[in-house]
Write a protein that binds this ligand. Structure first.
Ligand code: ADP
Length: 547
């Protein structure tokens, strides 16, 4: 017997319709890349996202065609979130910090039809447009009068003229809730990036979960500042959860320095903010240097990299801001665990509470997780035994876009698929996860991935290099920075600076290793694979220059 409740698909358009109807006057405030502050609200965002939908209709696109963005957090980006997905197209947010070669590769792989970009990314678009044959229109997120006359980009329009001619009347279509809604590429461990393809259903379930009291705890009384970029796993789902609860949203644009973020928090009475540790370090530095306090900020979600204990303590003790340490992945939409104390922890002494807050937290309903040994056997939840972390749930990927990389899931005894996170972790008796290591071969610097394989491939392309291995080393600001250990070919010569100069133009500047270490040999395993663990051990006493 089936239940007799109405069968209504979970669609992203329902979020914007709800926000417009019930919270139309809740503000959407953006620091624009132009530098000024722009004020809008959910009602206006809804009307303009319908104009986006009409503009897309006029382009005669197919259902599920990809529309890309290269943009910071702002109201126009938010309108695209709703206008693109709501009308049955797929929003492809591209990370502008990538090298132009990587951006062109991604846009081609996604077969993007239209690419919308912040006007300050014009030089980037000029560098890639000729290599993106699927893109039939380039939309600069600005007024018509800010478009340069001779950009050299064919089919370039301003966003305001593109949507301005369209009606605000549009009936959001109804379709299968499992339809694709947005996508995000993640720099995988092997060469090319792979995309997580989210659905309307996964996005809505994640939006509900993210707003829960023990997760981000956001409501209509909050003023929410997502410093985490909208090109970084949909700003951790905040643009959707904020509509679901009717919160005010404050977008920082491209100004992520401590002063700009602090000024916005104070002027817009932000109560909840989300970002990676590197950005919060700049914010704390600004507060400390200028003897400032927060007057409205109550909670902050910090994730993407491990949150240092000193940061948790500074926020909690000096500034009275609760830190919610979070762990997740692009492949998980991204939220997996969040660290909020249980009732029984409230009477513990402060040091014991901090020890718990340093963990990545407990699973959100909807995320199943387990740690397993090398044979795939479940390990105990004792807070000590570490193993490979596997997850499953309705907002976890089952396959990458276009089937790249094959079937990523591992079947358990009952044949159910688990996604291997590439993280190594312990889980304690209370279900609190702690990430202890990473089995995937990547480096995370300031919340952004660097593929060690890419770095190694560039080094061995140098005529003097026989073998290279890239590892991450601890850095106080960026969490990790890459260094490359190299073996020279017999009789060949190359200096540290020459090799570092060889990286110029071949990868994004911030992905270039901080140092080169010349070694006699690189440790290899039985199958000839580089033993990174052994190399890290060998370079245990290594310190980055100037740190
Ligand atoms: P996001 O940065 O949004 O979490 P990514 O897919 O870019 O998503 O990165 C996911 C990876 O980042 C995780 O598998 C883990 O290695 C690392 N990571 C994320 N959050 C944390 C955290 N709180 N502590 C330690 N590592 C983390």
């Amino acid at each position: 017997m089936l239940g007799l409740m109405q069968d209504q698909p979970l669609l992203i358009s329902s979020l914007i319709e709800f926000a417009e109807l019930h919270h139309g006057d809740a503000e959407i405030v953006s620091r624009r890349v132009e530098g000024d502050i722009h004020r809008s609200n959910w009602k206006e965002v809804a009307a303009r996202s319908r104009q986006v939908a009409n503009a897309l209709e006029a382009e005669q696109l197919l259902f599920s065609d990809r529309i890309a963005t290269l943009a910071w957090n702002g109201y126009r980006h938010l309108e695209l979130y709703y206008g693109v997905s709501g009308s049955g197209h797929v929003l492809h947010t591209i990370n502008p910090r990538l090298h132009p070669d990587q951006i062109a590769w991604i846009a081609n792989h996604a077969e993007d039809q239209i690419l919308c970009f912040d006007i300050n990314f014009l030089p980037l678009v000029q560098a890639v447009h000729a290599r993106c044959p699927t893109v039939r229109k380039w939309v600069a997120l600005c007024d018509a009068d800010r478009l340069p006359a001779d950009s050299g980009i064919p089919n370039l329009v301003s966003y305001e003229s593109w949507i301005g001619a369209q009606s605000t009347d549009y009936a959001w279509p109804t379709f299968d809730e499992n339809s694709a809604s947005s996508m995000c590429y993640t720099s995988g461990t092997t060469g090319n990036p792979k995309a997580a393809l989210y659905s309307h259903r996964s996005t809505l379930l994640h939006a509900y979960a993210a707003a829960l009291p023990d997760v981000m705890c956001i409501s209509a009384r909050d003023s929410v500042l997502p410093v985490v970029p909208m090109f970084h796993v949909n700003a951790w789902g905040i643009p959707y959860s904020a509509a679901l609860v009717g919160a005010k949203v404050v977008f920082p644009g491209s100004a992520l320095d401590g002063k700009s973020v602090y000024d916005l928090i104070e002027s817009e009475q932000v109560s909840f903010a989300a970002g990676v540790p590197t950005v919060w370090q700049m914010l704390l530095g600004h507060l400390q240097a200028n003897h400032l306090k927060f007057s409205t900020l109550k909670r902050t979600v910090i994730g993407g990299s491990a949150c240092p204990p000193a940061m948790i303590n500074a926020f909690q003790e000096q500034y009275g801001v609760e830190v919610l340490h979070a762990w997740g992945m692009t492949e998980m939409s991204p939220l997996g665990t969040l660290c909020t104390l249980k009732n029984k922890h409230l009477t513990l002494p402060p040091e014991a509470q901090t020890a718990i807050r340093m963990k990545q937290g407990r699973a959100i309903f909807g995320v199943d997780m387990k740690v397993v040994d090398g044979d795939g056997k479940r390990l105990p939840w004792d807070g000590k035994t570490s193993g490979d972390l596997l997850v499953k749930g309705p907002w976890v990927v089952k396959e990458y876009f276009k089937g790249e990389g094959g079937d990523p899931l591992i079947a358990d005894e009952e044949g159910r698929g688990w996604f291997p996170t590439g993280d190594v972790a312990t889980i304690d008796e209370d279900g609190f996860l702690q990430i202890t290591d990473r089995s995937k071969d990547v480096i995370k610097s300031g919340g952004e991935w660097i593929s060690s394989i890419d770095i190694e491939n560039i080094a061995v392309a140098h005529p003097a290099i026989a073998m290279a291995a890239c590892i991450g080393v601890a850095h106080p600001k960026w969490d990790e920075r890459p260094i490359v250990a190299v073996v020279k070919k017999p009789g060949a010569e190359v200096s540290r600076d020459e090799l570092l100069a060889f990286y110029q133009g071949k990868t994004a500047k911030w992905q270039i290793p901080d140092d080169v270490v010349f070694v006699e040999a690189i440790p290899l395993g039985a199958t000839g694979k580089i033993l990174k663990t052994r190399l890290r051990e060998q370079l245990r006493d290594y310190r980055l220059p100037g740190v």
